[in-house]
Structures are given as C-alpha cells and as structure tokens.
Design a binder for this molecule. Sequence first.
Ligand code: ZN
Length: 313
Amino acid sequence: MASLPPTPFSSYRGRLAPSPTGYLHVGHARTFWTAWQRARAAGGTLVLRMEDLDPERSRAIYADAAMEDLRWLGIRWHEGPDRNGPHAPYLQSRRREIYLAAWRKLLDANAIYPCRCTRKDLDGALGAPHESSAPGVELGGGKLEPLDDEPIYPGTCRRYQGFTQQLPGPTGTEVEKPEGFNWRFRVPDGVAIEFEDLNLGPQRFVAGEDFGDFVVWRRDGVPSYQLACVVDDAAMEITEVVRGADLLKSTARQILLNYALGFPHPDWYHCRLVVDHNGRRLAKRHDALSLRTLRQRGVTPMKILAAELPEEG
Ligand SMILES: [Zn+2]
C-alpha cells in the first residue's frame, strides 16, 4: 500500500474527477492511479473534484463509494469534498454560480447561441454526418475506439446568431438565465485545433468536421461537462489534466472554451483505454469489473493496476 504523499513542493496541480453515476471500475482505477503517480512524481498537489452535475444520474452513495474505492487503491489527495481546501466547494453541484458567470461571459462575447432543436429534430436531420464515423483512438493491437458518439449539430439554430425578432422566445435583453434552451458554442468551422498530448503525442481535430457546435448549458438547466470542466480546471488552477483517451476530442472542444473564456491551457495526459481480451472497453462491463466486485472476489489493488483480472463468468 502506498504511503501518503509528501507535502507539495511544486506548483503542479492535478486532479481526480470522478462522476458519481456508478461504481468505479478498472479503467477508472488505472487512470486515477496514473494521475496520482504523476502528481507525486512532480511533488505537486492532487485535487479530488466530484463531477456530480447530472441530477438524474448522480448519487451520493456513488460519490462516497468512489472516495472509498480510491483510498482502497492507495490513492490520496490533498483537496477534496472530504477534506476541503482553498478552492472549495469540491462538489460541482455546489458550484453553479461559477458556471453561470462563465455562461454569461460566453453570451456577452456572442460565442454561444440558444438551440431550440429537440432530440427528434436532430435525429431527423437526414444526411447529417455523425462523429462516430471519425477516426478513433488507437488502443494497441490495431483496435480503434470511437472518440465519442455525439452527432455533429447540423447548425439549424446557429444562423440566427442568437436572437432575432422573428423568433419566439427571448431577445438579447431578456436573457438573464440559461434555462429552457440548449446553449451551443459556435465552433470556428475548418479551424484545426492541435495540441501535444504528454502520453499520446500530437493531436489534431478540425472544428466543424470532427465535432460541431457543442452544448455548454443543457435545456434542463445543467451546465455541460465541457463547460464545468474548463471552469473548474481554471478556478482550481489545475496545471495538468490526466484522463482517459475517450476524452481527446473533448480536449479540442475545451481548448476552444479556454480561448473564449480567457483561461490558460493546462497540459494534457490522456491514458490509453483499458480493453479486455476481446478488445472491448471495460466501461462496457461496468458491473463485472467494478472495484467493489473485484474487491469482494479477493482481487488486490496491485492486481487491478497490473491488469491481472479474473476471467468473466
Ligand atoms: Zn437548434
């Protein structure tokens, strides 16, 4: 079992950002372990931020379980919902005002617009390219994992540039709150977003081709993952983001948000996704390979981190 990290002596600030929508599984364990190892190696600070924004799917019991499972693995953190710190609160569900300020800033900069499209409208946009046809992340063994499945928004509401007299709904002066619409970030079509990933090397995504206008605030009143993530990483002064390679394309989106909000870019280190013997992502086998289940079966943290996992069945 690893010991507690020493008192931070460098300006490195990393984070663990679990979503309490289920039990942590092996893939999470590897990524969080890597985040911890990198923070330790740098003599830095590690922050635990609970990404519990989705009121439908987030559960307090999963948040508690995530922290317990991380401790069981031997991972420790300096700031978090259980121990507080200078950037509290560390629960995203308690940081709404901070996200609202960012939404307002994006609105004032005309970087976002309200989208009235329903899911049905979007599904019905025939011929709209889907991002799932984009190249995936190489997982080793020649296998590719689609980066994410969000369809490219066809731009129906974009041409209104926010608010016009012809449209029902709010005018610019009336908008005080984001509720009631999906607010989309207008991406610069054709612009390549390039960054150096500290683990996977050079990355390149083209706005409007690899991803379209993405949601920063949801119709149901919840800030999107993309927005909350960049706002918190900036507010918590995160210098390096360690996360799974399934979020590479999100990093390209978040670079655009950082520019629009005037935030600095952290460094990125994306971990290869863990796959089973058949090349399937372990996330798809959430229950069978949850840390809880494995622990009950007597699997040790060392074995989980070394991928010596029992066969299914
Ligand atoms: Zn729309």
